[in-house]
Design a protein. Structure first.
Length: 62
């Protein structure tokens, strides 16, 4: 089972979307576009807070 880590190489802000794309072998742009779409649909606050919390608590890959 793969663990979820912040991406070192493919990051824009924290590396959360890059880490998700590495674990599930998906294009990082698709993950980012999905995040943006869901953020707009949910009125910004829930996914923005979730993204920030994930960026803080997800471990960095060493």
């Amino acid at each position: 089972m793969k663990k979820l880590y912040l991406s070192k190489t493919d990051k824009k802000i924290f590396g959360v979307c890059g880490g998700i794309s590495e674990v599930y072998d998906i294009d990082p742009t698709l993950v980012r576009l999905t995040l943006v779409f869901l953020t707009i649909v949910t009125a910004f606050v829930p996914l923005t807070v979730t993204y920030i919390i994930a960026g803080i608590i997800m471990p960095r890959k060493q």
